[in-house]
Design a protein around this ligand. Structure first.
Ligand code: FAD
Length: 479
């Protein structure tokens, strides 16, 4: 049973018993919790698409590791074609769910580990790659979802991990045993951690001397003893709990803080332990893959936003207004530039010694910087096109109230022939896509802060080549 259906994915999550809290209360049934279920459904779309004939060929491929059909979200890219497919699927999914589908981060971790465990073994004679391959095959055979546990809480940002007054502010090894390691720490902004079967922990930054206990990578089931998920607030979250005015009636996003309160990890699941010189490479590779993923899914989300804006023009009777059509052009241009940059990062990819293909990191980071600025601009344009009701639309409960409902529907009527109920639904969707903090803020910080994207671009761009171009043109000759 190499690939799961949507329903099989849901049932597989039911078998897990994670420790989870939200609004100060323990949640026993995560899968049916209305706040979390929207996020689970969004990840479930990656399973659903695999079952649909239209998308099956793009989503399902053969794994060279198992020889079986697998969902691409479990396969580190083995060719340029695979890199390109990642972007295409993410774009389709972004538009399909209108938010974050939350399954790319796990694949980005698997992809980074498939490169760096191999390189580490080559240098140190360790056996991380074989362990990693065993884990990868397990993920593929069971069609599992993983979350990326990368971002540490970090305490005082000016101090290295080992310099922090509280030593647990970066996740670390507290004990090495014969059978495995005990770890302690907390990872934050953990997109979809309760929609995942496995959590993949990577270091959050390059480590230096003294940080050996923090140079750690491993995988652990999401319901391991000692792992505590505390679901964070998101604007509009209580609407999901109340089951009213949700806007996106199917999908949503949530990001818990995940505490590792002394968690045991067997050696078979440990992929880095103390190799400080590879920690920067591991997080760097993860981030680059993740920034490429964003170019796909966020261009897809813009597609959904463009659709909503066009529908609002139909409902408002403004579909022929020239300045609004120009704004649609701007939104399309942003989506295509983002997509194009991410595709270019894929086409310029290269094979690494392990056989995994790595993207062109400068192009992937350029794509992410573009997203951070221009997605906010697309939201602004969508709201401009839609009108002020994005801010203060009355509740569906008012629309169904016998006293004011009829009056509201009379006065919210738009262009003739357009059902007022549809106009109201679309207004609510625009509000969700514009205001859902978990998704809109990931455009800026997801995959690292904007400064991290810029640093990578500076570090990995060939500056001397550019200087030489200019010197040749200016007639400057230096030995
Ligand atoms: C919605 C959302 C989803 C996310 N999903 C995930 C996920 O699934 N998994 C995961 O692991 N992470 C996830 N992240 C985390 C994301 O990678 C981080 O938010 C990002 O790396 C910034 O880290 P921070 O939030 O701790 O902010 P900080 O690191 O505190 O950064 C704040 C600002 O200070 C600057 N800064 C901080 N330290 C320094 C320094 N030493 N020198 C110079 N400048 C500095 C930064 O550049 C930034 O401008 C997500 C984030 C968001 C918002």
């Amino acid at each position: 049973m190499p690939t799961k259906t949507f329903q099989e994915y849901i049932e597989s999550l039911r078998k897990l018993k994670p420790t989870a809290y939200m609004f100060g209360e323990n949640i026993e049934n995560v899968v049916d919790n209305p706040r979390i279920r929207g996020g689970i459904n969004a990840t479930g779309a990656t399973y659903e698409l695999a079952s649909l004939e239209k998308y099956r060929e793009l989503v399902i491929t053969i794994s060279p590791f198992t020889g079986e059909r697998v969902n691409r979200f479990t396969l580190p890219p083995q060719s340029i074609e695979d890199l390109v497919a990642r972007v295409k699927i993410n774009r389709i999914l972004g538009a399909y769910v209108g938010t974050c589908h939350q399954r790319c981060t796990g694949l980005d971790c698997l992809s980074a580990l498939s490169i760096v465990t191999f390189d580490t073994d080559n240098k140190y004679g360790t056996h991380y790659y074989d362990r990693f391959l065993d884990f990868l095959k397990y993920m593929q055979k069971n069609d599992l979802t993983a979350n990326a546990s990368v971002t540490d809480v970090k305490g005082d940002r000016s101090l290295a991990p080992h310099e922090q007054p509280d030593k647990d502010l970066y996740l670390r090894v507290v004990e090495k045993r014969k059978d495995g390691i005990m770890v302690k720490g907390a990872k934050v902004h953990q997109t979809g951690s309760l929609s995942a079967h496995e959590l993949i922990v990577l270091p959050t930054r390059a480590m230096g001397k003294g940080d050996e206990d923090y140079a750690i990578a491993f995988a652990t089931p999401a319901d391991t003893k000692g792992v505590i998920h505390v679901v964070g607030r998101n604007s509009l979250d209580t609407r999901e709990i109340e089951g009213v005015d949700c806007g996106n009636i199917r999908y949503s996003k949530y990001c818990p803080t995940v505490i590792y309160d002394e968690v045991f990890v067997p050696w078979a699941r440990v992929f880095m332990c103390g190799e400080i010189d590879f920690s920067g490479e591991l997080v760097g590779r993860f981030s680059a893959f993740h920034r490429q993923s964003h170019g796909g899914c966020k261009s897809g989300k813009i597609d959904a936003m463009i659709g909503a804006a066009l529908m609002m023009m139909d409902y408002n009777g403004t579909s022929k207004v020239a300045h609004l059509r120009e704004k649609i052009v701007d939104m399309i241009t942003t989506a295509e530039t983002l997509y194009g940059c991410s595709l270019a990062a894929s086409y310029e990819g290269k094979r690494e010694p392990s056989g995994t293909y790595f993207i062109n990191s400068v192009l992937a980071n350029a794509s992410k910087i573009h997203e951070g600025k221009e997605l906010a601009e697309c939201i602004r344009l969508m709201v401009d096109i839609t009108g002020g009701y994005v801010a203060d639309l009355p509740s569906d409960r008012d629309f169904s109230n016998p006293e004011v409902g009829g009056l509201l529907k009379k006065y919210l009527q738009g262009a003739a022939g357009m059902p007022v109920e549809n106009r109201i639904r679309m207004l609510r969707l625009v509000e969700k896509m514009a205001m859902e903090s978990a998704d809109t803020i990931s455009d800026i910080h997801g995959g690292g802060s904007p400064a991290a994207h810029r640093l990578t671009i500076l570090r990995e761009s060939d500056l001397s080549y550019r200087k030489n171009c200019a010197k040749r043109l200016a007639g400057i000759e230096e030995s």
